[in-house]
Design a protein. Structure first.
Length: 129
């Protein structure tokens, strides 16, 4: 059920929800990358070995006034074909960003209907600036 919510409401593909927690007014979604997305980001080979990784917090679209955060473990993969050692490329967020593309689109849509200083203050509160 929660994996379906992440896919349909947050436009997150390639993740499997492990648990959901509420803490201080924020919803935290703990998830893992699906094995189908564990491929070399250099040559796209699926002949890879997992070798550690990092946990990241990525900001999601808010639900009403409640912020959502995705806590996800991003595995480091060693490619047996090309020898590259890289993290899995996330299908829903740009490299180096702490928010999803859906949240970025949402903020841009707000800029078209709200005064810019109001949209800017809202973007800062979401942590996208």
């Amino acid at each position: 059920m929660s994996t379906s919510l992440l896919y349909h409401n947050q436009s997150l593909m390639g993740v499997t929800c492990r648990k959901m927690e509420y803490e201080g007014g924020t919803t935290f979604w703990s998830a893992a990358i699906s094995d189908t997305y564990c491929k070399c980001s250099k040559c796209a080979s699926r002949n890879v070995v997992r070798s550690g990784g990092v946990r990241r917090d990525i900001k999601l679209l808010p639900t009403g006034t409640r912020p959502n955060v995705l806590r996800i473990f991003i595995p480091r993969l060693t490619c047996r074909k090309c020898g590259a050692v890289r993290q899995v490329k996330l299908p829903f967020a740009d490299r180096g960003k702490s928010y999803t593309r859906a949240l970025a689109r949402y903020v841009l849509q707000l800029c078209s209907i709200l005064p810019l200083n109001t949209a800017d203050n809202y973007a800062i509160s979401l942590g996208t600036r």
